[in-house]
Design a protein around this ligand. Structure first.
Ligand code: UD1
Ligand code: CA
Length: 435
């Protein structure tokens, strides 16, 4: 499509009450602005981002995620603040490639390319409007004989205008030359001393330029201004991610209790129980994740995990059974069982090995992390401490309660614990009780 997209992201976002720029707050693990950028890149190869507050920081994270595809602009100080000012550079419309210009906001992560299709008509101006039961805070769309006449911001509105429930979504598609002719006329003579983009609508209406108003959904087109709206948007996004996963064949128990980030992938037949959190770049393939487990940045293949297991970054777990209260980090587990209460960090464990209850890899000596390498068919009895660096050969048997510091050879029985003494009547002596 011959369309350029401009994403407005220069506002200070004061209502977020945060040192983090508004557009870098995340829902479902992804920055708000990234959602708008992804949507824009599906529609156009000419995407511009307008920055001002914390511009360097925002630009840096965007460039990391979308290398060399975006144009960045810093809003002129003379035209700041204001949504209209954001489109000006040296008093002229900033230079874009195509004759049509779609304006998106960096704080509307729920908009999808398909809901923008009605904006791409022959009309020189298309603007999204919302019929809202709670118009407070938004620009009101004032109609005259059914035609859009102007947009009045909350702070400039009369009492009568405030009663209007048709609000401006802040998303528009303009013919470039129309926008170009009106932008230099903007002034900041209004309650907020801002260069309002909405005034372009008023000027165009005065010149009887046709303005097409497009009904859009309040849920999708409401901007995020504070942390309560951030949480609401996340709920909606979660719903979408869960629905998509289920449509793709994932079984979810009590789906509304499952937290899922955008970068999580499912393959094959998966079952996810209630209260599970799947975070970061995680792949779940043909696996069953039981209640209240947390998995981050890991690959789980043909395995069952939990309930209440914690799989931390950089794990690859395949053909394995990981039971309750097992924590695993930076480990490759292949064809193993670790049924209960273990910590397996910086380890590699081979096929057929069994990790008893309460086994801990002591991977950290206070200065450095070390590896624990466990071969195939190793049986580690319950409550052992494996002090890394450590290498256990195939077919090692470790007696329960051992503290293991030395590597083993194939076939070794390893045991390190003091002999048991049974002292007759010791109980009665200790508690000074009679038998
Ligand atoms: C704007 C609209 C309002 C509409 C509402 C919908 C104007 C004047 N008002 O109000 O009619 O109902 O959106 O959500 O346009 N921005 C810049 N540079 C600036 C100021 C803002 O790039 O100088 C960016 C912000 O980062 C944000 C977007 O523009 O992404 C909207 O700004 P915001 O301050 O949230 O506008 P609203 O007051 O919500
Ligand atoms: Ca807003």
């Amino acid at each position: 499509m011959n369309l350029s997209v401009v994403i407005l992201a220069a506002g200070s976002g004061t209502r977020m009450k945060s040192d983090t720029p508004k557009v870098l707050h995340k829902i479902c693990g992804e920055e708000l602005l990234f959602y708008s950028i992804e949507c824009a890149l599906e529609l156009s190869d000419d995407v511009h981002i307008i920055l001002y507050h914390q511009a360097d920081k925002i630009r840096q994270v965007c460039e990391q995620r979308f290398p060399s595809t975006l144009s960045f602009h810093i809003q002129d100080h003379a035209n700041f603040p204001g949504t209209g000012g954001a489109l000006l550079q040296d008093k002229k419309l900033l230079s874009t490639k195509y004759p049509k210009l779609l304006i998106l906001n960096g704080d509307m992560p729920l908009i999808t390319p398909s809901s923008l299709t009605p904006f791409f008509s022959n009309s020189p101006i298309s603007m999204g409007v919302i019929h809202s039961s709670n118009p407070f805070g938004y620009g009101r769309v004032i109609l005259k004989e059914g035609r859009v006449q102007k947009i009045i911001e909350e702070k400039d509105a009369t009492q009568d205008e405030k009663e209007v429930c048709t609000i401006n979504s802040g998303i528009y598609c303009f013919d470039r030359d129309v926008l170009e002719s009106y932008l230099p006329k903007l002034s900041n003579q209004n309650a907020q001393k801002e260069y309002y983009l909405t005034d372009v609508i008023k000027f165009a209406s005065q010149d009887e330029i046709s303005i097409s108003s497009i009904d859009v959904s309040e849920e999708e087109f409401s901007g995020i201004n504070d942390k309560s709206q951030l949480a609401q948007a996340q709920e909606i996004m979660l719903n979408r991610l869960r629905k998509k996963a289920m449509k793709d064949g994932v079984i979810m128990h009590l789906p509304h209790t499952i937290y899922l980030e955008k970068s999580v992938r499912f393959e094959g037949e998966c079952e996810i129980e209630q209260g599970v959190q799947l975070l970061g770049k995680t792949l779940i393939q043909n696996s069953h994740i039981k209640a209240h487990s947390v998995i981050r940045d890991s690959q789980i293949i043909s395995s069952d995990i939990g309930p209440m297991a914690h799989i931390r970054p950089k794990c690859r777990i395949e053909n394995s059974h990981i039971g309750n209260f097992v924590e695993v980090k930076n480990s490759h587990l292949s064809g193993i069982k670790a049924g209960h209460l273990s910590y397996l960090g910086d380890s590699e464990i081979g096929e057929g090995s069994n990790i008893g209850a309460g086994v801990i890899t002591c991977n950290y000596d206070g200065k450095t992390k070390h590896k624990t390498l466990i071969g195939k068919n190793v049986f580690v009895g319950s409550d052992c401490q494996l002090i890394a660096p450590l290498k256990l050969a195939d077919h090692t048997l470790i007696g329960a309660g051992s503290t293991v510091r030395k590597d083993s050879k194939e076939g070794d029985l390893v045991i390190s614990r003091s002999d048991q003494k049974n002292i007759a009547d010791g109980f009665f002596m200790f508690f000074k009780e009679k038998k």
